[in-house]
Write a protein that binds this ligand. Structure first.
Ligand SMILES: NC(=O)c1ccc[n+]([C@@H]2O[C@H](COP(=O)([O-])OP(=O)(O)OC[C@H]3O[C@@H](n4cnc5c(N)ncnc54)[C@H](O)[C@@H]3O)[C@@H](O)[C@H]2O)c1
Length: 453
């Protein structure tokens, strides 16, 4: 369906009115470590024509529209009014004062000569703002570049001021915040997370149940800025944040970027279920030597990650429906900090399956991946899709972006959808729906009925 421009809004003739992506979009990153610097440096290299945005759906993928016979498959970025890469500006908070160049060199993900030196001045210009940080929540880190305030509410006000002043000084039209900071210690929702009044009171009392990530999330929502959470911390997965996001009409989502091992799990497990093959055990282990690995070496941060990595099998396999196949699955996940590997993680999976008459078989997966190379395009897509979601008037949990998360947030009464291909269908159908295009059901019977006539 053709889009026509009328004044400030783009009318699609479909379900949503989407404000155009005019002006600049500020991407505010919490954390300026391996993922954030790989993302920023990557975008800058792409903008300069020195590299391709591989792994990014928003930049590389096409979307089929209409019937297969119509042969309409534009790129997503040409179909949906996303912000252009040239209109992105970046800023970050980090308790470690290194600028983006120094942080990228230390992270050791990108080739210094090929991808960092040519953009050195650009990266050096991104200096982290003081963070809302407390070592209680990330035991293995020590930060010097931190905000001071008499209580957590004051820190939230300082973050809000950072957001307003970035928008003003950089001449931006819109902002999005993406949490790319370390995984915080394991926490469960408590009374302080149930209502805005309780949350604000708890901030004033410096209550321990208010983690730094929640302070950023609160600040963003109070400034009407979409917030995506790339780590497994609760952050926006709390009644108070869901309520605030709905009330202020702001999109939120999380948790935990779905990159290497879990991405593979969300592809393989649906395949076993599709063929009604049984599963008796899945042992996953990782060796990882970057700072994230060091943080996750702390049992409390690991517990947060473990919960996020364990959840999906049960949801995908539905043991309650298939007790003979999935009623007794032994699922174990380990992450071992091993410095020599740096960001180049190795994830092993041993999968014990069984088939016809119960005969056992094994599958071994050894994924020699690069964590931040897989995560960077996800940060880009989330920033762009959360921005368009806001412009399309969508608010609260953006379930259609579950595709990007290990542990997707969902509305009360539902369950998370983990199957990568269902998630992809949901994402693309949401884009079609936003733009007033027909849903693709893959029924396809009409091609054959038509042929008979
Ligand atoms: N790379 C992946 O494939 C992947 C996948 C899923 C999730 N993640 C998550 O993404 C996050 C970032 O990963 P990374 O490899 O870049 O880690 P990293 O350790 O290189 O960077 C994280 C940065 O966050 C900073 N930080 C910690 N607490 C902060 C706070 N309160 N405010 C601001 N900054 C803070 C740290 O100082 C550090 O510089 C981690 O939580 C990780 O678990 C990564």
């Amino acid at each position: 369906m053709a889009r026509e421009q009328t004044g400030t809004a783009v009318v699609t003739g479909g379900a949503r009115e989407i404000a155009p992506a005019k002006g600049k979009l500020g991407v505010m990153l919490v954390g300026l470590g391996a993922v954030s610097t790989t993302f920023i440096a990557g975008v800058e290299n792409v903008r300069r024509g020195c590299a391709l945005p591989i792994g990014s759906l928003s930049q590389m993928a096409t979307i089929r529209l209409g019937k297969r016979t119509e042969k309409r498959a534009p790129k997503i970025k040409d179909f949906v009014p996303l912000a252009d890469l040239n209109d992105l500006a970046f800023v970050a908070w980090d308790p470690i004062p290194d600028d983006a160049y120094t942080a990228a060199v230390k992270a050791g993900v990108l080739d210094q000569h090929e991808h960092l030196e040519p953009i050195k001045a650009f990266l050096q210009g991104i200096k982290p703002m003081p963070a809302a940080f407390d070592q209680y929540y990330v035991k293995r880190l020590q930060g010097t570049n931190v905000k001071r305030g008499k209580n957590k509410r004051e820190l939230a006000e300082q973050l809000r001021e950072d957001m307003r002043s970035f928008k003003k000084t950089a001449g931006l039209d819109r902002l999005v915040v993406v949490w790319c900071a370390s995984t915080e210690v394991f926490m469960t929702p408590g009374p302080a997370h149930q209502s805005l009044a309780a949350f604000e009171k708890a901030m004033e009392q410096n209550d321990q149940s208010i983690a730094p990530s929640m302070i950023y999330a609160y600040a963003a929502l109070m400034e009407n800025i979409p917030f995506a959470n790339g780590a497994p911390n609760l952050t926006v997965d709390l009644p108070v944040m869901e309520g605030l996001a709905e009330e202020r009409r702001v999109p939120i989502g999380g948790k935990d970027f779905k990159t290497g091992q879990t991405m593979m799990k969300s592809v393989l497990a649906p395949a076993f279920k599709a063929r009604m093959l049984g599963l008796s055990g899945w042992y996953s282990t990782n060796i990882l030597g970057n700072r994230d690995g060091e943080v996750l070496d702390d049992p409390e941060s690991f517990k947060t990650k473990e919960e996020s990595k364990l959840g999906l099998l049960e949801h995908i396999l539905q043991p309650e429906l298939y007790p003979e196949l999935y009623g007794k699955v032994y699922h174990k996940v380990r992450i071992n900090y091993y410095p020599p590997r740096g960001d180049n993680k190795e994830g092993w999976d041993n999968i014990d399956i069984f088939g016809w008459l119960g005969y056992p078989m094994q599958i071994k997966v050894d994924f020699l991946c690069r964590d931040s190379i897989l995560a960077a395009p996800i940060v880009l897509d989330l920033a762009l899709f959360f921005d368009v979601a806001a412009r399309a008037g969508l608010s609260g949990i953006q379930e259609w972006l579950s595709f990007y998360f290990k542990s997707p947030q969902f509305a009360q009464g539902l369950y998370a959808e983990h199957d990568l291909f269902i998630q992809q269908t949901k994402l693309k159908n949401t884009l079609r729906w936003m733009m007033g295009e027909e849903q693709i059901t893959h029924l396809g019977i009409e091609y054959y009925e038509y042929a008979e006539k």
